[in-house]
Design a protein around this ligand. Sequence first.
Ligand code: KG4
Ligand code: ZN
Length: 364
Amino acid sequence: MGTQTARRIRILALESSCDETAASVVENGRVILSHVVASQAALHSQYGGVFPEMAARQHLRTFYPVVEQALKEAHVGWKDIDALAVTRGPGLPGSLVVGVNFAKGLALATGLPLLGIHHLEAHIYATWLHFEGARPPKVPGFPLVILIVSGGHTELIWMKDHFQYRRLGGTRDDAAGEAFDKVARLLGLGYPGGPEIERAAKDGNPRAFDFPRARLPGTWDFSFSGLKTAVLRTVQTWQKTRRDPLPVADLAASFQEAVVDVLVEKTVAAALEYGAQGIVLVGGVAANQRLRTRLKEAATVPVYVPPRPLCTDNASMVAAAAYYRFVAGQRDDLAFDVLPTWPPPELEPPPHPEALAAENGADR
Ligand code: KG4
Ligand code: ZN
């Protein structure tokens, strides 16, 4: 037994939930053989946000060459692929339909099994990935507290084991990334707003403006709409009462600090309260260096953050999640449909901290 080498399982995955058309080939859920992402950001930037019909049409044009490139870069042919995976939801309906139908077409043509994957679960599984030739990251030990921060979601999740999640809380209004995008627009910066704010904030003073932090005590929820309104009011007042130009760098830095403060505080507190062995930070906003640094400084347990290209939407993370489901036996019937508002996977009521401590047993 001991001398046998484990079989390699290669999954080709597609992602098109928003404005990235992506395809990847990943081996055993961890090693990225190819990672192709065609971003539509330039196309949508003139509208200051994603234009859904245009996104769907662009996915349709882009998928074929993107998949071909993913196979080519991985140096594999169809015979080397064991399964296909695709983002089934949540996301923009038209964009999801293009990806799912393309994946079904590939499954029919190749006879390969197909798995429909939850976009947020995919973001989580980015933590297990590394590029071929790069040093594999440390495998996080369970239980984990996961902070997912993207353009569409802000979720705090307790993860007991693979596929075993409980939602602790989430945003009550805007997602963290959405707040970055909206405030960037207010400040006259480009789309997507996150990287633009981060760039502008580098030259700014995070204490220049005292923006509100919604703490929502007694819950693990977040709220960013009050903060966004506060920035809007500050900008309007400045423009009415001052002649000097808007202090964009200070505004960006102060806004970013307010978002980072609440995200870090709540995540670290949840990890402590629930006895997590580690914290996982994922989603597009996890690309933010200030958030990464502050979370690592504040946490008392290891913090796992995927490298930047694996934080924003990509197909490698879809393949990673699909691998663990594939080896667990999941195969989806080709009749499955997209789920644009799919709730986070396998949600149970939030655990009571004492019950959890008992469940986690003697190892603490
Ligand atoms: O996960 P993602 O690529 O797409 C969704 O599933 O939403 O996340 C995109 C979001 C956008 O709102 C973008 O502004 C934000 O992630 N983002 C950032 C940074 N890079 C991307 N936010 C803050 N700082 C960044 N460096
Ligand atoms: Zn995403």
